[in-house]
Design a protein around this ligand. Structure first.
Ligand code: SF4
Length: 342
């Protein structure tokens, strides 16, 4: 792990046991063997369809859910097996911004109390210093000093998300999981919240894991992107590289479905329509998890899961990028598989 790495996740798994039904106890493989790292001051964007395990991954990293297997290193320290008591010291440093700003704010507390509460729980500062911090945080997120005495229901969705961000920043975190923080907001407000998160990152050097299903938005805010499918990370790499030249067949399909504002560009884009439903994480297919919907699937794809191959700073879990297949296509490199989108 480099000294610049804030978070490293190794082969992380989160399974849920589900009781009931005619089959009795069953297992949901929500996150299955994911590895990646996030550097200081970096945003790692996580995309994938609903139910692919993005939010579960974020919550498992923060130990809201206990990991089933695998390791989580925060600033070099293995936090995956820490007791609740020992984990308390890390809670300050590892924070989360939630999707629904209203549900995450206590309606009976004033804005001042909501922002101050985490500092009280973590015994930070004197009461006077805390009040001063609350004022500073309101200013940081673009709210007015007199908002301190108001209640959450008096604010718009965008303002409530700002209150949520101020509360998260109160603990001076180094790493924040942003779990679809803009999807409940109007489009006009989304850009404001994104700009605010970027400003805060520039000033304070915080690292984000930014979860969303909108690849365009993730590309805008992220330095690197990971694409998830059925609890697996199928591709990761630089945001521009993944967005412009996705390698994994699923990333290509995801990108081809992105809405494009320019009608001419939209007309020229080849849309890849995936057949069939996402398999249930309770009964994932054998072999490559994407083989039931992959337009390139070969016989071996249903028999064994592909390893994750490294290609010029990219990681991709697909047999088409194994050394054997790349050798077979020697001279053609990987071009024929790239669906250029610009
Ligand atoms: Fe498709 Fe096979 Fe690659 Fe999986 S391993 S994405 S099924 S080509």
């Amino acid at each position: 792990m480099s000294s610049n790495t804030v978070l490293e996740v190794k082969e992380l798994c989160k399974y849920f046991d589900v009781k009931g039904g005619i089959k009795g106890k069953q297992r949901v493989l929500a996150v299955d063997g994911i590895s990646f790292e996030v550097k200081k001051g970096e945003t790692f964007g996580l995309v994938g369809e609903s139910g692919c395990g993005k939010s579960t991954l974020g919550r498992t990293i923060l130990r809201i859910y206990e990991p089933t297997k695998g390791k989580i290193f925060f600033e070099g320290q293995d936090i995956s097996g820490l007791s609740r008591k020992k984990m308390h010291a890390y809670r300050r440093k590892l924070q989360m911004i939630f999707q629904d700003p209203y549900a995450s704010l206590n309606p009976r507390f004033t804005v001042g109390e909501i922002i101050e509460e985490p500092m009280v729980i973590h015994h930070m500062y004197t009461p006077e210093k805390r009040r001063q911090r609350v004022q500073e945080l309101l200013e940081t997120v673009g709210l007015k000093p007199d908002h301190i005495r108001r209640y959450p229901h008096e604010f718009s969705g965008g303002q409530r998300q700002r209150i949520g961000i101020a509360r998260t920043l109160a603990l001076e975190p180094d790493f924040i999981v942003c779990d679809e923080p803009i999807s409940a907001l109007d489009v006009s407000i989304q850009a404001q919240v994104i700009n605010l998160l970027e400003d805060i990152q520039k000033r304070q050097g915080i690292s984000y894991l930014f979860i969303a299903h909108d690849l365009g938005m993730v590309k805008h805010i992220s330095h690197r992107i990971g694409v998830m499918y059925l609890g697996h990370m199928v591709e990761s790499g630089g945001a521009d590289d993944v967005y412009r030249h996705p390698l994994h067949p699923y990333s290509k399909a995801l990108l081809s479905a992105e809405p494009i504002p320019d009608p001419n560009t939209a007309r020229s884009r080849h849309r890849i329509l995936l057949e069939g439903e996402i398999p249930s994480p309770m009964h994932p297919p054998a072999g490559c998890p994407f083989h039931t919907r992959c337009p390139y699937a070969m016989e071996e794809c249903s028999q064994a899961a592909p390893a994750t191959y490294e290609l010029e700073g990219r990681r991709v879990a697909c047999f088409l990028y194994s050394p054997r297949y790349l050798r077979q296509r020697e001279g053609l490199a990987i071009e024929p598989l790239l669906q250029k989108t610009s």
